[in-house]
Design a protein around this ligand. Structure first.
Ligand code: NI
Length: 391
């Protein structure tokens, strides 16, 4: 066993400098050109075989151990979000309207540091590490594109690990859970069509605004009355657009929202009821409805054995951390697509520090995290990879 914590600590300045540089220069999904260039440069410096340009801006590199063994894929996401940063940090975004508001700048920096650590121990390491720096995690299908371009083959990966810095929890907390840990996510689109008219003469119109209100209310009954209280689901309507004037009943309303579930059975049931409720209530309100469900990603499901192994590594390497084994969130992650293909573990690294004001939620314009979390992330990823290949 290598004690990766002091080694990660010794490289903290390297990790932090990279993270702050990526933070200053955030890039949206499939446009991570500068970021990917730095990733490739740093990996080249280590003497690794580097393949850029996978799924546009993805980068793949391989660390060969001293003897044949298992093949482990480590995935780090690189993309930023279309948000105007408001942190006021000295390393704040220099790209107007683009911000690393999810911590992927940290993930990329951690990935490069993990590469350095594992490469420095290459002579003691069996097997192969495939380092994957992924573009476009934020709902644009980066993982699927990389899978389509064959990242799991040549050599074939046996398992995968990935992590997320996590501001819902404080620095010092780690979340490593077996089974489903992040939700399957769908976007819902509903178009409600009535007949426009004068706001003062409603009986000659068919009002899509009232119909929308009834649909939204009725949709909340799905989780309350169709899903077992022991299961988990979310139905949220998050956007309504209809009408322009106070005295005009519009002809159309459009709604959007999201459905989140963990189990495929619950997902199927909720989607069926969604369709029935929207169509039935729309009809009762004399409107035409058109509803579309667009799948973003399946649930992220961790392998039980690997989650247990990562927890063991965590308790050995980071004894001062609190390791939670039951943490789950209804957020979504496209690592789900990779974990559909092979066993793996996606774990969370607590990164909030309320005393320092570093506790805004992910995707918030003031999102920033306690950079000491980078050390935990680096040590645990390197240690978990090491332990997986040794066993
Ligand atoms: Ni993220």
């Amino acid at each position: 066993m290598v004690d990766f914590l002091p080694e990660a600590q010794a490289l903290f300045e390297y990790t932090q400098a990279l993270r702050r540089d990526f933070h200053r220069h955030p890039e949206l999904g499939f446009h991570e050109v500068r970021t990917a260039g730095i990733v490739a440069r740093e990996l080249n410096k280590l003497g690794l075989e580097v393949t850029p340009g996978i799924a546009e801006t993805g980068v793949l590199a391989t660390i060969e151990g001293n003897r044949p063994g298992r093949v482990l894929l480590l995935r780090f996401d690189m993309d930023a979000l279309p948000i105007q940063e408001q942190t006021g940090a000295p390393y704040a975004s220099q790209n107007p309207g683009v911000m690393h508001a999810c911590g992927h700048d940290g993930h990329t920096a951690v990935g490069l540091t993990v590469a350095r650590l594992l490469q420095s121990h290459r002579q003691e390491l069996p097997g192969t590490i495939k380092l994957v720096f992924q573009p476009a995690e934020e709902g644009e299908g980066g993982a699927e594109r990389m899978l389509a371009e064959g990242i799991l083959e040549n050599p074939h990966a046996d398992a995968a690990l990935a992590l997320h810095l996590w501001n819902e929890k404080p620095f010092g907390w780690l979340g490593v859970t077996a089974g489903p840990i992040m939700a399957a996510a769908e976007i819902i689109h509903i178009k409600v069509t009535g007949r426009g008219g004068h706001g003062a003469i409603p009986h000659l119109a068919v009002d899509p605004v009232l119909a929308s209100a009834q649909i939204i209310n009725a949709l909340q009954g799905i989780v309350a009355r169709n899903v077992s209280p022991l299961e988990t689901a979310v139905v949220s309507v998050t956007s309504i657009h209809a009408g322009e004037a106070f005295n005009v009943i519009p002809a159309q309303a459009s709604l959007q929202g999201t459905i989140r579930t963990f189990s495929p059975e619950v997902r199927q049931g909720v989607l069926e009821r969604f369709q029935q409720v929207v169509e039935g209530v729309g009809k009762a309100m004399q409107c035409q409805v058109d509803c579309q469900v667009q799948s973003i990603s399946p649930a992220v499901v961790n392998d039980g054995g690997l989650a247990g192994q990562v927890r063991t590594t965590a308790s050995q390497l980071l004894p001062d951390c609190q390791v939670e084994a039951n943490y789950r969130t209804m957020g979504a992650e496209d690592m789900a697509f990779i974990l559909q293909k092979l066993p793996g573990c996606f774990f969370f690294i607590g990164s909030a520090n309320p005393a320092e004001g570093l506790d805004a939620p992910h995707h918030h314009p003031r999102f920033d995290f306690d950079e000491r979390g980078l050390v935990h992330a680096t040590a645990l990823m390197a240690g978990a990879a090491w332990d997986y290949l040794q066993t």
